[in-house]
Design a protein around this ligand. Structure first.
Ligand SMILES: Nc1nc2c(ncn2[C@@H]2O[C@H](COP(=O)(O)OP(=O)(O)OP(=O)(O)O)[C@@H](O)[C@H]2O)c(=O)[nH]1
Ligand SMILES: [Mg+2]
Length: 322
């Protein structure tokens, strides 16, 4: 049976969404101040959204001032065969044509991308003129990126690899775990290399509502700021549009639907997610399907890879000449 799905995404209460929590602006200022003492920048982003949320003005002024490397982390969530196409797209799009780019999985110590980062950073630093820092022996590298992309995880895995030390920076599944620009974390003795962890304060560049919703799906915002049911609705829209119907089983559905309330009701029924509501006029407690719990269940299934490996930004893929 052919299904008709939404071809574009619209949201009713756009004004209610708060994309940026307050600590972002404060952190961005701290980061600008620390930049003078930095020799190289590692920009970390989520590989599922190599385009969405990147490239804002602050970003460019920072990245063009110092040598930089782009790390597309969480590569375990994207289809392996799309990696060359992502690199082609970035090559065509960006105004820093030579920015080396690596795909990483911080949950895998043997990840080949992780092995290449520090040697490349050392080479970039040695090839640069280091402006005011020629006489300084140590190398200082700043890690930056929007919230929850894996900056602290990357520091921990690099530290473990080059220094054989345990975790130094706190990691968490929700956005906003690292709250201040930390003091230096030593990750290598020879040459002496320090990393500066930064909180996810790079304000994402949200050109349209879909970019915002993709960032939300990747936990770059706290879910409640965007609204769990909004995020779930976008997820349903994206899966249908990409003919990915693996959600049917999770949501207890017989056939695809584009109606998020219908899907959440079915999920709440399947997992017996209920909420007790008291009617104050007659003091009767009534049980209703818990749509919020169902939305959380749906979003979590996506984030844990239940719907397979996905490139949320697949609509931006372009193909290069070489
Ligand atoms: N699947 C997968 N998960 C990852 C990877 N790297 C980090 N994570 C998870 O992503 C979440 C966020 O990681 P953090 O290292 O705290 O991210 P952050 O960028 O430092 O976040 P903030 O400090 O909040 O800005 C954690 O739950 C990590 O376990 C990866 O390569 N693959
Ligand atoms: Mg962090």
């Amino acid at each position: 049976m052919a299904h008709k799905f939404r071809q574009s995404y619209q949201i009713i209460n756009k004004q209610l969404i708060q994309w940026y929590p307050g600590h972002m602006a404060k952190g961005a200022k701290q980061m600008q101040q620390k930049l003078k003492g930095v020799d190289c920048i590692i920009e970390v982003h989520d590989a599922r959204i190599p385009i969405s949320g990147r490239n804002n003005d602050l970003h460019y002024s920072l990245l063009t001032a110092k040598p930089s490397i782009l790390v597309l982390n969480k590569k375990d969530h994207i289809p392996e065969d799309l990696k060359p196409k992502i690199l082609d797209t970035l090559k065509i799009q960006r105004n820093i044509p030579t920015q080396p780019t690596y795909f990483t999985n911080c949950k895998d110590q043997r990840c080949s991308g992780i092995k290449k980062i520090i040697p490349k950073a050392i080479q970039l630093i040695q090839d640069s003129n280091r402006f005011n820092r020629q006489t300084v022996k140590e190398h200082s590298i700043m890690i930056m990126g929007v919230p929850n992309v894996g900056k602290s995880s990357l520091i921990n895995v690099l530290r473990n690899r080059h220094l054989n030390k345990k975790a130094a920076s706190r990691v968490g599944a929700v956005a906003g775990i690292t709250r201040s620009v930390l003091t230096k974390i030593k990750i290598c003795e020879d040459p002496l290399i320090y990393l500066l962890d930064t909180p996810g304060i790079l304000m994402p560049n949200i050109k349209n509502i879909e970019m915002g919703m993709k960032l939300a799906l990747c936990s770059c915002f706290q879910d409640h700021l965007v609204g769990e049911e909004n995020i779930a609705d976008y997820l349903l829209y994206w899966l249908n549009k990409n003919q990915n119907f693996s959600y049917l089983e999770t949501m207890g559905l017989e056939e695809p639907t584009d109606d998020i309330t219908y899907a959440l009701l079915s999920c709440a029924r399947k997992y017996d997610k209920k909420i007790a509501l008291k009617n104050y006029s007659d003091n009767v407690v009534e049980e209703r399907p818990n749509l919020l719990a169902a939305a959380n269940h749906f979003i979590k299934a996506f984030r844990t890879g239940e719907f397979g490996k996905v490139l949320l930004d697949n609509n931006y893929l372009k193909y290069g000449e070489d």
